[in-house]
Design a protein. Structure first.
Lengths: 495, 209
């Protein structure tokens, strides 16, 4: 299913549906055509299997603060799938973007299904037009809603891996960002243990919430909405945050928004730079993810270009640190040791960078072969009784990871004609990644943005600000029945 | 005093009580859908009882034992419900709720063994000598062992058994009774796991032969 702006070419498809939906009072082709081409109107169509199965239109005259919903229709065979809601969301966002503060519509007095949908979006009956619909002699109810232009205060809860994060924002403004990490508890295991992480989340919830409210200097009552990560991530860890968020929503009566963790990392840019300038390529690198995204619009057009097919980059740092006898977490340790080393001393493999791999995995990553190559290098030397030059191995390994990450990200920028690169995730703390990304972006004329570390690592503020964007765009709250989705697709911004 | 009680140590169960009188209760048996259920269940049980969340004085939660992932759903929800509704939070051993339900149905019964599935061919269990002032008297447990090893701790043959499941209403009643006894309510609310996380520090292994 796809919603896109309608063009003149859609006229025939729209008219077919118009006659199917409005048997006695369909608009004429001339009227519909003038609606589609007028400069003060905005029409969208729902496409399924290349056919138009829904459409809706908005009218907003320049200089007026009022918008009118002209029509909305979905094919009977696709009803019940939420397309009506999606269409309303789209028109709402557009009305707001055009500067409207009120939206009006007329609805048949006998169409209770449509009236229910409008009520969901805050529309109220303000008048009646007698015998408005002809030839059926049916009255029209006039309904109106006010667009909420206030900047909502949103509490965001993040628990997808080993960080319990609760952040609070007012619109695009950061009020608090408190993070409790269970990293130390995972150290003896050499990697994140899901059960250990989930236990730590439960213990951290209350103190982290208290601290966030204190830092923001607000009470729970002041909050307008709650946002929570529902994926991707560790299922058992996600469930702790989700359950807490739902209960808080029911107890306080505040609406809840289930949001995507990876899109949250992109949204973090709003807190750092005031907006997510689009289009942008986003490279998200952490202990759990290595993903390359093409973001044309934060809420409606995020596309996954590629991701790791085995270990995440952060995981590779942890595993190689162990091979080198360095403690967990590996990233900072390898960064420290590598400072004294020569990054070109050993040529470790660049995963999925050969022409044959690039054909199928142009923007994908692989780090498990690299880890094995490092381990083999160390074992061979040790077997011969030779000394391993730790700084050189660390620097050369780090170089291989950073090289692949930055090369693929810059390729994505160039090949999609996108002049921006945004970094996110805990591995952005890596000094060499920042250095190489800055150097190569400067060479290519690409703008590089890296939010401060506590907005790059997993945190609740990025979830809160993504929730705030949804609210300000007129999105409806999530229903209470969403669950944890450990493999949630990046295209699903809100569940 | 209005309480909302919840438990996710087995299925999902929620109840609203006025003192020890149950106003509404909802029970869902599935043991894999706690996180999906819990929000709507809390909302629905309040509607059914015609009570607003702001009227709730106390949140009572079953602390387990039970499978960890599901168990945490109830505890996480209870903690934040209590904060959101400005209510106190009380924790009760989930097996005690099963014992209460048993003694309510069998007032003349003697000693009782409560068993629940702990997976990995083991059981969570606790033994009770009877009931006093509305509170089951737990004498051994909660513990986790193979079922055949319980006899090493207690004379199994002299104990009655029950198939009853934990209910939120029973948890709410226990919390109310505890409050009116010298035992006091349990404000130290953390899950009864009984097992350490199932992870061992990995050893590095060679990649070359």
């Amino acid at each position: 299913m796809l919603i896109r702006e309608a063009t003149e070419k859609d006229l025939a498809g729209i008219m077919a549906l118009e006659h199917e939906c409005f048997i006695n009072d369909a608009w004429s082709e001339e009227v519909m055509h003038s609606e589609l081409v007028a400069s003060h109107t905005f029409y969208v169509v729902v496409i399924e299997e290349e056919k138009i199965v829904g459409y809706a239109g908005l009218s907003k005259l320049p200089g007026s603060n009022q918008a009118d919903i002209q029509t909305i229709a979905t094919q009977p065979s696709v009803r019940g799938r939420g397309y009506g809601r999606e269409l309303m969301n789209t028109l709402n966002s557009k009305a707001k973007e055009l500067g409207a503060t009120e939206i009006f519509l007329e609805v048949r007095a006998d169409n209770t299904v449509a009236q229910k949908l409008y009520k969901l979006f805050g529309f109220k009956r303000i008048g009646i037009r007698k015998n408005y619909y002809q030839p059926d002699n049916v009255d029209a109810f006039v309904m109106q809603t006010t667009i909420n232009s206030k900047e909502p205060i949103v509490l965001g809860i993040e628990s997808s891996c080993d960080e319990t994060g609760i952040g609070i924002v007012r619109g695009n403004q950061l009020l608090a960002n408190v993070i409790s990490s269970s990293m130390e508890q995972h150290a003896i295991f050499g990697g994140v243990v899901p059960e250990v992480a989930a236990r730590a989340h439960l213990e951290a919830l209350t103190p982290v919430l208290d601290e966030a409210l204190n830092k923001a200097n607000i009470a729970l009552d002041d909050i307008d909405a709650i946002a929570v990560t529902n994926g991707p991530g560790l299922a058992g860890a996600l469930m702790v945050g989700i359950s807490a968020a739902k209960a808080l929503s029911v107890a306080t009566g505040k609406p809840i928004y289930a949001v995507n963790h990876l899109v949250g990392h992109v949204a973090a840019d709003i807190l750092a730079n005031g907006e997510v300038a689009t289009p942008t390529i986003a490279l998200l690198v952490s202990g759990g993810h290595t993903s390359l995204l093409l973001v044309r619009d934060l809420l409606t057009d995020v596309q996954l270009l590629g991701e790791t097919i085995d270990d995440a980059a952060g995981e590779a740092f942890d595993k190689v640190a162990r091979v080198l006898g360095l403690p967990y977490p590996g990233g900072p340790q390898i960064d420290r040791v590598a400072k004294e080393g020569n990054p070109t001393a050993i040529r470790f493999p660049r995963g999925l960078s050969l022409p044959k791999d690039m054909a199928e995995h142009r923007y994908d990553f692989s780090f498990s072969g690299l880890k094995t190559a490092v381990a083999r290098h160390v074992e061979v030397l040790e077997d011969k009784g030779e000394e391993v030059n730790l700084p050189d191995v660390a620097a050369s390994f780090r170089e291989a990871v950073v090289d692949v990450l930055v090369t693929k990200a810059i390729n994505a920028c160039k090949e999609h004609d996108v002049p921006r690169l945004l970094l996110g995730g805990g591995v952005t703390a890596n000094a060499r990644l920042r250095e190489i990304a800055a150097k190569r972006c400067a060479e290519e004329g690409i703008e590089l943005r890296i939010p401060p570390f506590d907005l790059c690592t997993d945190n609740g503020a990025m979830i809160a600000v993504l929730g705030a964007q949804l609210i300000m765009s007129g999105a409806l709250p999530s229903k209470l029945d969403f669950g944890a989705n450990s493999t949630l697709q990046v295209t699903k911004v809100q569940s | 005093m209005y309480s909302i009680a919840l438990d996710t140590s087995a299925g999902t169960t929620v109840a609203v009580l006025k003192d020890d009188v149950v106003l509404a209760e909802l029970n869902y048996d599935e043991n894999m859908t706690h996180a999906e259920r819990i929000g709507q269940a809390l909302s629905d049980v309040l509607s059914k009882a015609a009570i607003r969340s702001a009227q709730i004085d106390r949140v009572v939660v079953g602390m387990g034992p039970g499978p960890f992932t599901g168990l945490r759903v109830g505890l996480a929800a209870a903690k934040f419900f209590a904060l959101g509704a400005n209510a106190e939070l009380v924790g009760i051993c989930s097996l005690d709720a099963i014992a209460l339900s048993f003694y309510e149905q069998n007032p003349e019964a003697g000693a009782l063994l409560v068993l629940t599935d702990a997976r990995r061919k083991e059981v969570f269990w606790a033994a009770y000598s009877g009931i006093a002032d509305g509170l089951p008297i737990r004498v051994v447990g909660p513990s986790v062992t193979k079922e055949e090893n319980i006899k090493d701790f207690i004379d199994v043959d002299s104990l009655e058994r029950t198939e009853l499941l934990v209910t939120a209403s029973a948890l709410g009643k226990i919390a109310f009774s505890e409050n009116s006894t010298e035992l006091g309510a349990n404000y130290d609310v953390s899950p009864i796991y009984l097992r350490e996380p199932d992870a061992v520090p990995g050893k590095g292994k060679r990649v070359s032969s």
